[in-house]
Design a protein around this ligand. Structure first.
Ligand SMILES: [Ca+2]
Length: 541
């Protein structure tokens, strides 16, 4: 048993989820091998895995519609991250599929998160931690088959629009066969609505009169809707000539990725969306003023100086409610665009043979832990919506097992009957898509910059920073992660267990790294190329 477990990608053998004995762990692992792993002979010899071996019940390979969202935390109705948020469309997708309620990003920042999801590799393996570089500039990643490329290799027709990768079409032209419109904010006020300390043009929010039809995400949704209409028409009309890569060919299903930019800043929305969240009854996220008293100083280094302001600025300038409303309004607008896409899928007649996956690249703080933005290893930055629906997926199911965005690549490949791709670091969620209660061995691991990691199990979050400082939170008693238990001797054994999950590979930042890059070498901390002294005061705004 030990030998077999050791062959499982050298992951730690022990799982602390319910503090089981070694025997319990062994049994659990054995069950997992039965449930989730192919027989040993098949595992070691890819020749024994025909393309259709894991195909869904239908012999036809499903289409894939991947809906990607930027900076959306768990403020969606079905995840209950904010009691007032209105996202009827994401909620209806969750109802007709499986919602992962404990899903986490691999990095709390766009470029490393998306690079990880699309290559199937951890940030600690790629060495991509910052907003730069573009992944194809990294020699080791130049030939890596990305998720859409792998689908194209196996006969899928691939297309994307909006923000799927962090980089624009000038960089991504070899990633898919057909490109729709990229990221474009379009409707913007002439002057910023809020004067923030950084003055960064993206960091702005507020109600601003414009037409929803003039927003970039509207255009992205429109292109996707049109594409789905064309696919539906082609499927209904076998003799129709192929245009723009759209054709009726059962051997060539489509892989269509559509990426929404909101609720990424700037958070501009019209009165229609603001009026959903009246200021008089608005609930602000719960915070504790002393929350950072028991977090290591190193936790501040992860977001030492961001364009996103601290809570203190929001309070001093009376902007906390406005930012919260702007975020909620933008979430609801974005949700309405998801709704247009889902409606088009329903109307295309392709719904029953299309696997839909919806994810966000990371979360977002709105005052929690005294900051706004991302770039932390806490729940608010790492927890994301992850929903799958369609053929082979249980409907109206909620899975609380830890899941990673990294799991999307192997999951989609398996659900579509593609051969298992070697070298992926995630694990297929197929067992949980059939039965949300199916056991799962692995925790979710989030990494921010070199050698800072969070390990999330069903009930615990463990954080270890590069200088060795640690945090531990019990989610059954402390869902806001207010009380750091890492120094409590009663948890020593749990900490030992959790440390075993930390990635064994910790690549240094690749050449060309930039944009929110933190390094820690020989006790010296450097943020974006500038040294931070051990006694430097923490930036307050
Ligand atoms: Ca605290």
């Amino acid at each position: 048993m030990r030998i077999r477990l050791t062959t499982m990608k050298a992951q730690p053998r022990r799982n602390e989820i319910d503090r089981p004995s070694i025997l319990g762990v062994t049994l659990m692992a054995f069950c997992l091998l039965l449930v989730a792993r192919p027989a040993r002979g098949e595992e070691e010899n890819p020749e024994h895995q025909p393309a259709a071996a894991n195909a869904p019940e239908s012999t036809k390979r499903p289409n894939v519609l991947m809906i990607c969202i930027d900076d959306l935390n768990d403020w969606v109705g079905c995840l209950e991250g904010h009691s007032q948020v209105q996202t009827p469309n994401i909620d209806r997708l969750a109802k007709r599929g499986t919602l992962f309620t404990n899903a986490h990003c691999q990095a709390p920042l766009c470029n490393p998160s998306r690079t990880s999801l699309l290559t199937g590799l951890r940030p600690s393996t790629t060495g991509v931690y910052g907003l730069a570089p573009w992944m194809r500039e990294v020699p080791e990643l130049q030939k890596t088959e990305s998720l859409p490329q792998y689908f194209a290799k196996h006969g899928y027709r691939t297309a994307m629009t909006g923000k799927v990768y962090h980089y624009p079409e000038s960089h991504t032209k070899h990633e898919v066969q057909v490109h729709g419109p990229g990221v474009n904010l379009l409707a913007r006020p002439k002057q910023p609505l809020v004067k923030t300390p950084s003055g960064h043009w993206l960091v702005d929010w507020g109600e601003f009169p414009h037409r929803d039809e003039d927003k970039g995400d509207w255009h992205v949704a429109s292109w996707t809707v049109e594409r789905l209409q064309q696919e539906g028409a082609a499927a209904a009309e076998p003799q129709r000539p192929a245009t723009q890569g759209v054709k009726n060919d059962a051997e060539q299903p489509f892989f269509l990725a559509t990426g929404f930019f909101l609720p990424h800043v700037p958070l501009y929305a019209t009165n229609r969306w603001f009026s959903l969240y009246p200021e008089s009854t608005l609930k602000l996220p719960p915070i504790r003023r002393d929350d950072r008293d028991d977090t290591p100083r190193f936790s501040w280094y992860l977001h030492w100086k961001l364009p996103e302001p601290r809570l203190r600025f929001l309070e001093e300038k009376n902007q906390w409610k406005n930012l919260t409303r702007s975020y909620l309004a933008s979430v609801s607008f974005m949700d309405s665009q998801v709704g247009r896409v889902l409606d088009a899928l329903d109307e295309s007649g392709l719904r029953d043979n299309t696997l839909v996956v919806l994810w966000s690249d990371h979360g977002f703080h709105l005052g929690e832990k005294l900051i706004t933005g991302k770039n932390t290893l806490w729940e608010r930055s790492t927890r994301v919506p992850l929903i799958l629906a369609g053929p082979g997926v249980a409907a109206n199911a909620r899975c609380s097992r830890p899941a990673e965005l990294l799991d999307i690549y192997p999951t989609l490949a398996e659900m579509c009957g593609l051969p298992a791709r070697e070298g992926l670091e995630g694990h297929s969620l197929r067992a949980q898509l059939k039965d949300a209660a199916a056991p799962r061995l692995w925790p979710a691991i989030t990494t921010h910059n070199h050698d800072n990691h969070a390990v999330r199990t069903e009930h615990w979050r463990y954080i270890r920073y590069a200088d060795g400082s640690e945090e531990l939170y019990d989610h059954r008693k402390d869902p806001q992660e207010w009380s750091n238990l890492a120094t409590d001797a009663r948890h020593a054994e749990r900490l030992r267990d959790l440390r075993q999950w930390l990635p064994k590979v910790n690549a240094k930042p690749v050449a060309g790294s930039g944009g929110r890059v933190l390094t820690y070498d020989d006790g010296k901390v450097t943020w974006e190329g500038k040294a931070i002294g051990a006694n430097d005061s923490i930036p307050e705004l």
